[in-house]
Unconditional design. Structure first.
Length: 757
């Protein structure tokens, strides 16, 4: 029950009120109203005809409304202990730049960095629309490294049909989550701070802290994944000569690549962390450039696919029998070549036979019994290759990429010279590909993170986010279809482009040059990494400032301008763990787990609030339903266990430990969350059920009223009464403890408050 304080006040004159409460325009009902001038009419909005003001604050007259004042955010409560005018919500939230790829609050830090002690500028009101405020930031966050580095490989392994299913599952998950997020975001004032504030204010501090930290870890590992993607593009396709470790002796090809990723990844991480520490304004300056790189790269894929119908690009693939050969060690795809009218052994013969003698018998048996041939790597959309790429072709680790139905003579025994073939570097399956692909559909929270920028957040967030998901889903579906229709299957399954002279596979299809995709994907990946390293520390800072996890208090502080320095340091250290894993395919499922946990609880929050029918649950976004939220929650849970059941269990264990820790520490936060409402509804339901009939003797519980005396220090005078009552109510009954304080209520109210403690 709420505690109401009754305080006697003495009558003051109007002048005293005017001097004590500034900023309020009072209506004195003791004076007769002034006669209306000609042409004037009564204010039907602010008055009901009896001098009682309705829509505006009860202490505001209609003269302020005529001046254009906006009192939408004034407190309209019927009872208040304090009559302080709160600052306008728009002034608290609307402090971000027009278009930025950064999260809430960065604009304030940026202005504080560049300020030189001059007079503070008046903040502009939020003016961003759906396109610049939600649609483009969501597009930029959703499109990422997986589209350029792994989508072709996924289509080659899973086939077009199963790839459609993977994309459909992931996009349905994010679409249903967006519907739930839109309902939460449009329920009253749009919460600033993204998913953490949505979940914590809807499900309480325990769930909010647990899921907030999971979302923070997901964003941090996303930064590591983007950095690893940038290093893979740099060392595999741009400057392979920059590799420090080379495959020789103790280092095979995979070990050398992993060590290169660790060294260069650590260097990139340090450089990006320094850029974020020096000033996020430098990240913001390149936001448009990074977005342009993504758009141009995607357009070049469509242009190349259209061009392949009439003029397919020439990327011949060298086949030995039905096995795919790696083209990085030879130029001519033939066993012999003619020089000066003399047939001599080719470089390929030397590699397989270790000699130039054409009559040797020590050659590789498979090499001698099979012919060498060339096939088109990009036959084009009109070639009919789509029917061969419809079905899956999963491989085990170390298995050679083979073209189905291509003529070959099998040789029994151990396979030799494996380093000359294109091999599968990891074991693949449907579940593995789901975990690797899912990060390419995350980023749907970008609009809710920028609620302070938006002119009409309740309209822009649902419309912009849903349009962004529809657009990106269409791009993914069309890319799956185009890749399957234009590119040879063995090339699709070639993850690093070994069969096409170390070219990026999606780059071979693009027009006008493969370098458009290579350079564009490199810069967009670097930009995405900077965004993650910018957003994750601020999320941790928001959690620390809520003070629901006491040991994180240090991360709520930072530089003078509020920049989260300590949180950035912790973020860099955690991201380094992802860098040390050094494999994009291993890091992607980890962050998939954390994002899926976050999306699961967004759906849960919407479902709980809808089913409870709480009075404050009135979303402006009407196209939601609790069944859709439960479906989204079920898909999230299913995807977690489909992609990696042990990662899913670890993520749930981490979230559960954080939940119990916050509960153990006693998070005394009252945010009007749904879990408290669920407890009240359960208690009400149980009490109503008890009234259905007289209780049975077996179910009798003692209901005690214990009256205690207090001493001078307001302590219990006879504490053994409490012990006796505890023994009496061993049957788990209810006990009410009270005491009587003599005197006037107004005079002894403070004493009563102290005794209650």
């Amino acid at each position: 029950m709420p505690h109401f304080t009754v305080v006697p006040v003495e009558d003051k004159s109007r002048s005293e009120y005017d001097s004590s409460v500034e900023g309020l325009s009072w209506v004195d009902y003791r004076e007769p109203p002034a006669p209306l001038a000609a042409g004037d009419s009564y204010d039907t909005v602010s008055s009901d005809g009896h001098g009682n003001h309705k829509e505006n604050s009860p202490f505001l007259n209609s003269t302020e409304a005529s001046k254009g004042g906006d009192y939408y955010d004034r407190n309209l409560a019927l009872f208040e202990e304090e009559l302080d005018i709160r600052p306008k919500v728009s002034s608290l939230l609307g402090k971000l730049v027009n278009y930025t790829n950064l999260t809430q609050g960065v604009k304030e830090h940026e202005e504080a960095e560049s300020s030189d002690g001059s007079k503070k500028k008046v903040s502009k009101s939020p003016s961003m629309g759906t396109l610049m405020g939600v649609y483009l930031p969501c597009m930029q966050n959703i499109f990422g490294v997986i589209l350029f580095l792994r989508l072709t490989w996924m289509v080659g392994m899973a086939g077009v049909l199963q790839s459609f299913l993977i994309v459909l599952l992931c996009c349905c998950c994010t679409m249903l989550t967006t519907i739930s997020m839109s309902a939460i975001a449009t329920n009253g004032v749009v919460p600033a701070g993204g998913s953490y504030f949505m979940i914590s204010r809807s499900l309480g501090p325990e769930f909010g802290g647990a899921v907030g930290l999971c979302f923070y870890l997901g964003t941090t590992f996303a930064g590591a994944m983007y950095i690893l993607g940038a290093i893979e593009i740099l060392l595999t396709y741009i400057v392979p000569q920059a590799a420090i470790f080379h495959p020789s002796g103790a280092h095979d090809v995979s070990s050398a690549m992993l060590n290169n990723m660790r060294v260069y990844g650590t260097v990139f991480l340090i450089l990006m962390a320094v850029v974020v520490f020096v000033g996020v304004k430098y990240v913001n300056k390149f936001a448009s450039l990074f977005l342009a790189c993504v758009v141009i790269s995607i357009l070049s894929i469509y242009a190349g696919a259209i061009k392949s119908i009439f003029d397919p690009p020439e990327f011949p693939i060298c086949m030995l029998g039905n096995r795919t050969l790696s083209r990085d060690q030879f130029d001519v795809c033939a066993k012999t070549v003619v020089k000066d009218n003399i047939t001599v052994a080719s470089k390929l013969w030397e590699l397989f036979c270790h000699t130039t003698n054409l009559t040797t018998e020590n050659c590789d048996a498979y090499f001698l019994m099979n012919n060498v041939s060339e096939i088109a790597g990009i036959p084009g959309a009109a070639s009919g290759i789509l029917k061969d790429n419809l079905w899956s072709n999963y491989l085990e680790k170390g298995e050679i990429l083979e073209k189905v139905h291509h003529p070959s003579v099998d040789v029994a025994g151990q396979k030799n010279n494996l380093h000359l073939y294109v091999l599968s570097d990891i074991a693949t399956s449907f579940t593995v590909l789901v975990g690797i692909f899912f990060p390419s559909v995350t980023g749907i929270m970008a609009g809710s993170n920028r609620s302070g920028d938006l002119k009409d957040a309740q309209k822009s967030i649902p419309v912009g986010t849903i349009l962004a998901i529809v657009t990106t889903s269409l791009v993914y579906f069309s890319c799956v279809l185009l890749f399957g229709a234009c590119i040879e299957g063995v090339v699709l399954r070639d993850k690093y482009g070994d069969a096409v002279n170390k070219n990026l596979v999606v780059g071979t299809l693009s027009w006008p040059s493969p370098w458009v995709i290579v350079i564009g994907s490199f810069f967009s990946t670097c930009g995405a990494g900077l965004q993650s390293l910018t957003g994750a520390p601020r999320l941790l800072q928001a959690i620390a400032k809520d003070n629901i996890i006491p040991f994180l208090w240090i991360f709520g502080h930072g530089k003078v301008n509020g920049e989260p320095t300590w949180a950035l340091l912790l973020t860099a250290l955690i991201a380094e763990l992802g860098i040390l894993i050094a494999s994009l395919d291993m890091v992607a499922p980890i962050l998939s787990m954390f994002f899926l946990m976050c999306y699961l609880f967004v759906n849960l929050a919407c479902a709980v609030q809808t089913l409870l029918r709480t009075p404050n649950w009135r979303p402006r976004f009407k196209y939601y339903h609790w069944a859709l939220s439960f479906l989204g929650m079920s898909i999230c849970l299913a995807l977690m266990f489909i992609s990696s059941w042990y990662y899913a269990l670890v993520a749930m264990l981490i979230a559960g430990m954080i939940y119990k820790y916050i509960e153990y520490q006693g998070a005394e936060k009252e945010w009007g969350d749904g879990i408290r409402g669920l407890s009240l509804s359960a208690a009400r339901y149980a009490l109503l059920r008890l009234e259905e009939g007289p209780p049975h003797t077996k179910n009798w519980r003692p209901q005690l009223l214990v009256l205690l005396k207090l001493d001078e220090d307001l302590h219990v005078k006879y504490p053994r009464l409490l012990t006796f009552a505890s023994q009496l109510k061993a049957g788990k009954g209810l006990t009410i403890i009270g005491s009587v304080i003599q005197g006037n209520f107004l005079e002894t109210y403070g004493e009563a408050q102290a005794a209650e403690q």
